[in-house]
Design a protein around this ligand. Structure first.
Ligand code: FES
Length: 152
């Protein structure tokens, strides 16, 4: 990754992209979702403060472990004056996300263990197939045509 001199306090979207490893389109997406922000130059070009690099690193690390963007945005919004997350922030937030990840891992392990039953089957039965109806959630919530009822 290219180094950006310490004297540079604002980054173009290209610099932010090349330094962070995030695609320009991803950075625009993050901005649209309120995860990062920029100011506009008189020529209407985006400029990001240097600490946006750390914010992008935070977002990407959280995404890598499967944290939804909405959860990441909420976490960033809790920081005072929307400051850049510190090492302590990451430590605290990642600890709160641990139980969520543990639950997701438990569900994935269960799906993996049952996948062999589905290979070559293809029934996708709501009664028998764990891929089609994990934890029998439809059976617990409603009776009758469950998928149709939920689609409305
Ligand atoms: S596809 Fe038949 S049990 Fe999953």
């Amino acid at each position: 990754m290219p180094q950006i001199p310490e004297t540079v306090h604002e980054l173009t979207v290209g610099q932010l992209s090349s330094r962070s490893g995030a695609a320009v389109s991803a950075l625009h997406f993050y901005e649209a979702k309120g995860l990062i922000s920029s100011r506009r130059t008189t020529g209407n070009q985006r400029r990001y403060s240097r600490d946006t690099l750390r914010r992008v690193a935070f977002v990407r690390a959280a995404q890598r472990v499967g944290i939804p963007l909405a959860t990441i945005r909420d976490a960033l919004a809790q920081l005072p004056e929307e400051r850049t997350p510190t090492r302590e922030d990451w430590s605290r937030l990642s600890e709160t996300w641990r139980s969520e990840l543990d639950e997701r891992i438990r569900q994935l392990n269960r799906l993996r263990d049952h996948l062999t039953d589905c290979i070559g089957c293809g029934c996708l039965s709501l009664e028998n197939c764990v891929l089609s109806n994990p934890d029998d959630v439809f059976g617990e919530r409603l009776t009758g045509s469950r998928l149709l009822a939920e689609g409305r």
